[in-house]
Design a protein around this ligand. Structure first.
Ligand code: UD1
Length: 417
């Protein structure tokens, strides 16, 4: 069912155990294509973006079993190098099957990928880097054709530290002849996780997290058992929900360091944070105070994937604040929906000015992307009266059973037709 109904106004209480990060699991599943043996990926959430990826992998010939949050994947049977158009349309990450398919099959064909419609999301950085590795690439009729017979290591300097391009190049390089050096690489924790996964399969990758990644190509990779890092964005969403709605919430099984850009901001509001080695607790003390400015940046800056949620917090905070969105230009579409709920926000180009209000009111709103959808759930949980959120399928891409997640914290929320 595609719509959520929320009765807002209650404070939140409880603890959520965080599972593996969607943005770590997706490239790891793609990278498993490089292995000769079976890979077991542990603690995986049940979300539709991962289902789409598994559908694509099955259609290429992978043997996939999902048992109790563990994905067992064997890729010996992969005989196809053409990523099917239909499920790939739903999932932008299908594009980084290019790297592993070229590594394994020396060939790949991918349809122009889909995913949330947030901004233009061009692929020029991926394509430029892959070409520098000797891959011949042609684009025609919405498809990208790659011939990797001349695949070799290369020195690549990215124009921008794109997460997906860094991952794609690391995967293409893992089985390439020679050494690949990627400078101005993305530094996100998910990049470090991909490095650790490739190394667990017997690869030779170093430097992830530093901006300069070195991949020494190896002949073969083997299967392994791997637990990806916990989802810092789901954890951040819960902490912000606690700050917005009041009460006390904890997120367990987290790596606090990954949440530092958010914790730094929350620390400036009236909330009290307690950070332990793998757990963060938040107690809200009344209305949050506004932080002057939030500007999204590549990691370790403030993540664009928490920008909509922090906008909800600023909408109900005391004072006027500013958000600058530097990564994806259309991530302000939630503003129209929040305005329906009584928020006071003006947008010009990449900047939003938010004048905090005392209360939000329930309204009929619609999600336009994954993180914006999650932010609307927070707004609905805060607002007086009833909120309905259309297009909840966007939220299902990245949050497992969102009604149980928030219901478990005391929010009155259910799925309706
Ligand atoms: C990943 C995350 C997404 C997150 C984003 C930024 C996954 C599956 N998704 O997306 O949740 O919001 O990182 O942290 O991990 N760009 C180009 N040319 C390219 C590639 C990217 O111009 O070839 C631009 C994009 O349009 C965008 C910016 O670079 O403006 C960031 O994109 P990128 O870091 O590649 O994000 P994704 O990997 O798509």
């Amino acid at each position: 069912m595609m719509r959520l109904l929320i009765k807002g106004g209650r404070a939140l209480h409880g603890e959520v155990r965080i599972k593996a990060a969607k943005n770590a699991v997706l490239p790891i599943l793609a990278a498993s294509v490089l292995a000769d043996g079976e890979c077991e990926i542990c603690d995986v959430p049940k979300i539709t973006d991962i289902d789409y990826m598994l559908t694509i992998l099955r259609s290429l010939g992978s043997d996939v079993r999902v048992e109790d949050g563990h994905i067992f994947i064997r890729n010996q049977g992969i005989s196809d190098y053409i990523v099917p158009g239909e499920p790939a349309k739903e999932l932008r990450s299908s594009f980084f099957l290019l790297g592993p398919l070229i590594g394994r099959m020396r060939r790949a064909v991918v349809s122009y990928p889909g995913g949330c419609d947030i901004g233009v999301r061009p692929l020029d950085i991926h394509i430029k880097g892959l070409r520098e590795m000797g891959i011949a690439i042609e684009e025609s009729h919405g498809k990208i054709y790659c011939d990797g017979n001349r695949l070799k290591g290369a020195d690549i300097a990215l124009d921008f530290p794109s997460v997906g391009a860094t991952e794609n190049l690391m995967m293409a390089a893992a089985l390439a002849k020679g050494t690949t050096r990627i400078s101005n690489a993305a530094k996100e924790p998910e990049i470090v996780d991909l490095q650790n996964f490739i190394n667990a399969m017997g690869g030779k990758v170093s430097g992830a997290g530093s901006g300069k990644i070195v991949v020494e190509g190896v002949e073969k990779l083997h299967g392994c058992r791997y637990t990806p890092i916990p989802d810092r964005i789901v954890a951040g969403t819960i902490l912000i929900a606690g700050a917005v709605c009041g009460g006390d919430v904890s997120v367990a099984n987290v790596i606090p360091e990954h949440l530092e850009p958010l914790l730094f901001k929350i620390n400036k509001s009236t909330c009290q944070l307690t950070v332990q080695s793998d757990k963060i607790s938040l107690v809200a003390h009344g209305r949050p105070k506004v932080f002057d400015k939030v500007e999204t940046q590549p990691y370790p800056g403030f993540p664009t994937d928490l920008q909509s949620q922090i906008m909800v917090m600023m909408s109900v905070a005391e004072g006027t604040g500013v958000i600058v969105e530097n990564i994806f230009e259309t991530r302000f579409r939630i503003v129209r929906e929040l305005t329906k709920m009584g928020a006071i926000i003006t947008v010009k180009d990449r900047t939003a000015v938010i004048r905090g209000v005392n209360r939000l009111e329930g309204a009929a709103v619609s999600a336009a992307d994954l993180r914006g959808g999650a932010a609307l759930v927070i707004a609905g949980a805060k607002a007086d009266g009833y909120t309905t959120i259309d297009n909840a399928r966007y939220i299902d891409r990245g949050y497992e059973a969102v009604e149980e997640l928030f219901g478990g914290l005391g929010v009155e929320i259910k799925r309706i037709g």
